[in-house]
Design a protein around this ligand. Structure first.
Ligand code: COA
Length: 188
C-alpha cells in the first residue's frame, strides 16, 4: 500500500470535467465492472459518464444543492464524491426517513490509494455539507456484493435499511444488480 501525505479535498471545477469523466470511467471499470454480468462487462456504454457530468454541471449552474468533491494527492485526483438533496422514491425508506434528506451518489477512491482514510474524509465532508443544506439524513446505495463498500459504511455504524435491484443502463441490454441502501441519521 502506498503511504501518502494528506489528501487535499476541493470542489470539482468545470475545468476538471474531462479529467473527471476519464477518472470515473477508469475507477468504475476496475471497481464495479467485475460485479456486472458478463455481457455487460464487454459492452459498457461510456457515454454515460459524459451525461452524468453534464447533468452535474447543469445542476450547479441552476443553483441546485448538488456537490462533487475531489481528493488530490501529489497533484493527482485520486478519488471523488458526489451528493445532492434527494427525493424519496422507496417506500421502505420513506417509512424511516424524515424531512429533508440527501443522497450520496458516488464515492470512489483509486484502488492503489484505498485504505488511507481518504474515503472517510470525503464521507465526513458529504455529511457536513448535507447538514448545512438542512438535511437530516443521507441515503447511500451500494452494490450488495461489494464487501469493501459494505465494511466501509458499517464502520460508521450504518445498517442496511432496504434491499433493491439497481437498474443499470450501462450497456445496450439493461441489467439489474442486487443493491443495499444505508441511511445515515447522524449528519452533524
Ligand atoms: C469504499 C471506498 C470508498 C472506501 O474508501 P477508502 O479510502 O479505501 O476507505 P477508508 O480508508 O476511509 O476506510 C474507512 C473505514 O472503512 C473500513 N474499511 C475500508 N476498507 C476496508 C476493507 N477493505 N476491509 C475492511 N474494512 C474496510 C475500515 O473500518 C476503515 O477504518 P480504519 O481505517 O479505521 O480501519 C473505496 O474502497 C472504494 O472506492 N471502493 C470502490 C468503489 C465503491 O465501492 N464505492 C462506493 C460506492 S457507494
Amino acid at each position: 500500500m502506498r503511504i501518502s501525505g494528506q489528501a487535499i479535498i476541493a470542489e470539482i471545477a468545470p475545468a476538471d470535467r474531462q479529467a473527471m469523466i476519464d477518472l470515473h470511467r477508469h475507477i468504475r471499470t476496475v471497481t464495479d465492472t467485475p460485479i456486472y454480468p458478463e455481457y455487460a462487462q464487454a459492452n459498457i456504454d461510456f457515454r454515460l459518464y459524459e451525461k452524468n457530468w453534464a447533468t452535474y454541471f447543469d445542476n450547479k449552474a441552476a443553483g441546485k444543492k448538488d456537490l462533487a468533491l475531489k481528493a488530490t494527492l501529489d497533484n493527482r485526483i485520486i478519488g471523488f464524491a458526489r451528493f445532492s438533496t434527494a427525493n424519496p422514491d422507496d417506500p421502505k425508506l420513506l417509512a424511516i426517513v424524515k424531512d429533508g434528506w440527501a443522497e450520496l451518489h458516488w464515492l470512489y477512491i483509486l484502488p492503489e490509494y484505498q485504505g488511507q482514510r481518504i474515503g472517510k474524509q470525503l464521507y465526513q465532508l458529504a455529511k457536513k455539507h448535507a447538514a448545512d443544506w438542512g438535511c437530516r439524513q443521507m441515503v447511500i446505495e451500494a452494490y450488495r456484493d461489494n464487501p469493501t463498500t459494505r465494511k466501509f459504511y458499517e464502520s460508521f455504524g450504518l445498517k442496511i435499511a432496504s434491499e433493491v435491484l439497481s437498474h443499470n443502463i450501462r450497456s445496450e441490454r439493461a441489467f439489474d444488480i442486487p443493491s443495499v441502501r444505508f441511511v445515515e441519521f447522524n449528519l452533524g
